[in-house]
Design a protein around this ligand. Structure first.
Ligand code: ATP
Ligand code: NI
Length: 335
């Protein structure tokens, strides 16, 4: 059966002159099944956002995108602007880190909810004010905004960060999307609110069978929320698999590094071991494996060739030394 979303060999470069274009995504493969929550992790600049934006034709006019991104079998990259615009919001929705910047500061929640409903729910495109009001209140209640009807007159600045993100999620639900791409949706929120929003996303998946791609820096968020995880480094997916498997027995040294550097309040900050070195710039990638210069297992082979991605069952990695994959016994797995 077709996956809900099937990205294959997706490449993104920026710049109009092909000879001088900066290549930032180097051929990624990612499948998302119906009802699945897939985490996309990696340090800043690894290409998480650009990959998702490119698949939806949102990477901007300067982006040169090749490869394939199929949604329910339809090739997204070959849709016309009108066709993809119709799909965005309805079948596929995106939410971002800073809900405040996505909300219009001079419009009430009511006006913005009505707009989202009219635009993304064809059945209510010409609905009466009463019908829109009922639907807006229903959506706000679904995302856990109490006394929804009375909140509709609020302006964005009257909502807390958590409430704003809930409101954004309510607007996105107006179109009943099958896939939600959530780009760092909780990074700007404090820990308690973050946990509430993540629980909300899981509840929406359970209630509607919605698939979610959750972009995050935070492996704790992945462990809590995701079924599968894909780890990106310098524009490539270097490891992917079920969250449990990847946390218990990471096959790529970069994944092991991320797991080791994850803050573990239970162990005290003394256990924090950051990955040495810095992420190379996409203008200046090292030859061979891009993680080579930071890797404790690096060998001549690593500098000579980019390692191919090898899948073993449902878990795979791109490392010349992945046979050295070791259980993360000391980490306690995905608790
Ligand atoms: N419009 C653009 N023009 C040129 N380069 C871009 C553009 N957008 C992104 N990039 C570059 O593409 C690379 C990947 O960026 P991207 O935003 O996808 O990273 P990310 O993994 O989402 O990081 P973060 O965690 O910081 O959001 C970066 O080197 C970035 O500078
Ligand atoms: Ni990003």
């Amino acid at each position: 059966m077709d996956a809900l979303l099937d990205i294959s060999d997706l490449r993104v470069a920026f710049g109009s002159d092909p000879a001088r274009a900066i290549r930032v995504v180097h051929g990624i493969d990612l499948r998302v099944e119906a009802g699945e929550i897939v985490g996309l992790v990696g340090e800043s600049g690894s290409g998480k956002s650009v990959s998702c934006l490119a698949a939806l034709q949102l990477a901007g006019a300067r982006a040169k995108v090749t490869g394939e991104a199929r949604f329910r079998g339809t090739s997204l990259l070959s849709l016309s602007e009108r066709e993809i615009a119709a799909l965005r919001g309805r079948a596929v929705a995106m939410i971002f880190q800073d809900p405040m910047s996505s909300l219009n500061p001079v419009k009430t929640l009511r006006a913005q909810m009505f707009e989202a409903i009219r635009l993304n729910n064809p059945a209510l495109a010409k609905a009466s004010r009463t019908a829109l009001e009922t639907e807006a209140a229903r959506l706000l209640e679904e995302v856990g905004i109490p006394e929804a009807k009375s909140r509709l007159s609020a302006y964005p600045h009257q909502l807390s960060g958590g409430m704003s993100q809930r409101a954004m999620i309510a607007m996105m639900l107006a179109g009943s999307p099958a896939l939600l791409i959530a780009d760092e949706p909780t990074t700007a929120l404090d820990v308690t609110i973050q946990a509430q929003i993540l629980r909300l996303l899981k509840r929406l998946r359970d209630a509607h069978g919605m698939s979610i791609i959750l972009i995050t820096h935070d492996l704790g968020v992945v462990a809590e929320t995701c079924d599968r995880v894909a780890v990106m480094y310098c524009g490539r997916i270097v490891e992917q698999g079920p969250v449990r498997t990847v946390f218990k027995a990471p096959a790529h040294p970069y994944t092991r590094g991320l797991l080791n550097s994850r803050p573990r309040p239970d162990l005290g900050s003394a256990r924090l071991t950051p990955i040495g070195g810095v992420v190379p710039s996409p203008r200046d990638l090292p030859p061979g494996c891009a993680f080579g210069p930071r890797c404790d297992r690096v060998s001549d082979t690593c500098h000579a060739a980019v390692p191919a991605f090898r899948m073993d069952g449902d878990h795979g990695a791109a490392c010349h030394h992945q046979d050295i994959a070791q259980p993360m016994a000391a980490m306690g797995g995905a608790s």
